[in-house]
Design a protein around this ligand. Sequence first.
Ligand code: ADP
Ligand code: ZN
Length: 746
Amino acid sequence: MDHDLPPSRQTPSLPLPDAFPARCAGGRRVPVLLPYPFPGPFDYAVPAHLDPRPGDIVLVPLNRREEIGVVWDAPPDDAVPAHKLKPIVGIIDSVPMTASLRRFIDWMAAYTLSPPGEVLAMALRVLSTRETQVLTYRRTQPPPEGARLTPPRRRVLEVLDRHEPLASPDLVAKAGVSTSVLRGMADAGLLVAEHAAAGSPFPCPDPDRAGPALSRQQEAAAAILRGAVARRDFSVTLLDGVTGSGKTEVYLEAVAECLHTGRQALVMLPEIALSSQWIERFQRRFGVAPAVWHSDLGSRVRRITRKAVAEGTAPVVVGARSALFLPFPDLGLIVVDEEHEAAFKQQDGVIYHARDMAIVRARLSPCPAVLVSATPSLETVANVEAGRYAHLRLDSRHGGASMPTVRLVDLRETPPERGKFLAPPLIAAVRETLARGEQAMLFLNRRGYAPLTLCRACGHRMQCPNCSAWLVEHRIRHQLLCHHCGHTIPIPPECPACHVRDSLTPIGPGIERITEEAADLFPEARRLIMASDTITGPHAAAAAAHAIENRDVDLIIGTQLVAKGWHFPHLTFVGVVDADLGLAGGELRASERTVQLLHQVAGRAGRAEAPGLVMLQTFIPEHPVMQALLQGDLDAFMASEADSRRDGEWPPYGRLAALIVSADTAIQADTLARDLGRVAPHGDGITALGPAPAPMSLLRGRHRRRLLLKVRRDVAVQPVLRQWLASVPVPRGCRIEVDVDPISFL
Ligand code: ADP
Ligand code: ZN
C-alpha cells in the first residue's frame, strides 16, 4: 500500500483543457470517490442539468482523462474554492451503488488501512463507459470431425477450455488471434457465436422443487437456518459437521428460503473455478444454474452478471472473494463454504479475508451469514464459544456411510525403497483397493517433479534469481520453474556453477515424481493428475470430476486441489505421501492448517457405502497433529491449540498486524524497516516485533523485511497502525504493505 498520497478533498491538480463553464461557480458540489489510491473522495461541481445522488456512478475529469467514479456520502467541504472545481461529465449507470455497499467499502478501507478508492476499484472493475453489442463464442459440443486445426485455432479452443463463453474481444486478446480466425472457426462449425441474450440471463431457481428428504438432524439445522433467513436480520451461524454429513444439502435449504423471501443469496466458495460439482448439484436442486462470479470470467460475462445482480435478476450468485463487491440491492443470505480455507485471504493489493468481510457485508445488509466447514477455523470456533456465533452441528455422515479409518505409516520403521517415496504398507493398500475395483488417491501438496535440483559434483542448488526460493523441476514441461514469480529456465544439461555435465539431480518428490513411481508400481491403473498445472479451469475440473464419477480413472494423484469439497463415491483409499510437509515452517497456524487439510483430504475417502481407509506417511507419528488425525478427534486438538494460543495472546485471543517493507535494494529495505522499528508503538497490551528479514527476503526481485504488531484483543489495531505509519516517510522505490490479521508470514 502506498502511503505517499496527495492531500485529500481537492480536485486533482493537473490543469484541464479550457472550457469549464464558469456557471458552475457557486453551484452545487458533490464528493466523488475514484477507483485509485487517493486518501478519499474529491469534490466535483454539478452542472445545472444533472442531479447526482450518493451512489450514482458518474464520469468525471481526472488528469485530462475521463474516469468512472461514485458519488460518495461525505458532506462536501469548502477546501477548494468553487471556481477551481471541475464539473461532472455525466451519470452513466442506471443502477446506483447501494448505501450498504458504500458503507462496506468505507468499512473495509478503514479496517485494512487501504485507500477507499482501492477498495472501490474492486467493485467497479467490471464497468465500462461504452456498452456495445459483442458476440460471445463457445465451443461446439461435440467438436465436429475433420475440421482443420491450425495452431491459432487450437489456441482459441484452449482458451475456451478455461473460460467459456468468451466475448470476442476477450478471446482475441487471450488467444492472440484476429477476429477473422474466430469467424472462420464459426463457419467451420468449431465455434458457436451468440449475441448476448436480452433481459436477465439468469432464470430464477425454483425453491419449491423437492430436495432430498433430510434426516432429523439435517432438518432441524435447516429449520434454524430458514428461520434466520426469514427474520431478515444479521446473524452468524457456524454449520459444522463431518465431511459428507450433508452440510451442503442443509444450507441449500437456507438458499431456498431466501428465494422465497425474494431476496438474493450469495454463496462463496474458496476456489470457484473448480466448483463444477457444486454447480451441477445446485442445478439438480433448483432446476437452473446460479450466476457464477470469479476473476477468470470474460469482461462481457462480468458486465452482464454485474448488471443482473444490480437489477436483482440474479437471485443466487456463487462466487469467489470478489463476489463480495457485487452490487446486490437486497442481499438476504451469505454462505461461506469451507470457511477455514486460506484461499479466502487475498494477499495482494487490498489485503483482506473474504470470510471476515462477508460477515461485515452481512451486518451492513443486514442478513444472516452462515459459515460452513468440517474443520472450522479457530477464529470461528472462538466466536462460537464467546457466544457471538450460533452453532449447528451434523454428527454423522449421511446414509450410514462411516468415517474412514486412519492409519499412520511410520517412515522410520517401514521406509520406502531407496530413491522412492511410497512405503510398502501404502503400496499394498493401493494394490488391494485397485484389486477390489475401487478408486485410490495419492496426495502430495507439491507441484512439479522435484522441489530442489542439486549438483552432485559441487553441491550447487538451482535457485530463482528473483526470489528466496529453489527452482522446482517440472519434468513434463522440461523446465525449472519458480512457484513465486513464474521465472522459468530449460533444465540445463550441465551445472551452471561447475559445468559438469549430467550432474544435476532432483531432490525430493513432487506429484510428477509420485506419478512416475505409481506408473511403475501400478502399470495397469488409469491415472489422473489433479494439480493446478493440469486442472486449469472449470471445464478441466468438470471433465476430471466426470471421469472419476464414471470410473474412467483408477488412481488420482493430486495436490491440495483434491481436498476441496469433491464427492467421489467410488474412492475408498487415500494415501498421504508426506503428512509432515505443512508442519515444517513452524508458522502460527501450521498445525491447525495441516489438521484441516489432511482431514479434508481424508474426507474424500469412503463417502458412499464402501468404507474408506486413509494412510498418512510420517516421520513424527507421535506429533499431536498425527494423533488427532489418527483418533479423528479434531475437537480435542483444537481445544489444546486454543489453549496454547490463549496463553500467548495469539490470534484469535489477541490481534496481529504485519508490516511488510519492500524495496529495490536490500539497503533501502533495511533502512526503512529499521526506521519503522525505531518508532514502533509500545504500551499496555501493545508489542512490536522485528524488523526481521522476511522468510521470502527476496520476492519478485524486491527485498522484503517484516515487522509484526501484536496487541491484546481489546486494543483496536488500526489507530495504532495509522499513527505508526504516519511517523515514517516512505522513500521512493520503497513500499509498506499492511496485513491486518495476517495468516501468511512469508
Ligand atoms: P458435506 O457438504 O457435509 O460434505 P454433502 O452435502 O456434500 O456433505 O453430502 C454428502 C453426500 O450425501 C452428497 O452426495 C449428498 O447429496 C448426499 N446427501 C446428504 N444428505 C442427504 C439426504 N438427506 N438425502 C439424500 N442424499 C443426501
Ligand atoms: Zn522467483
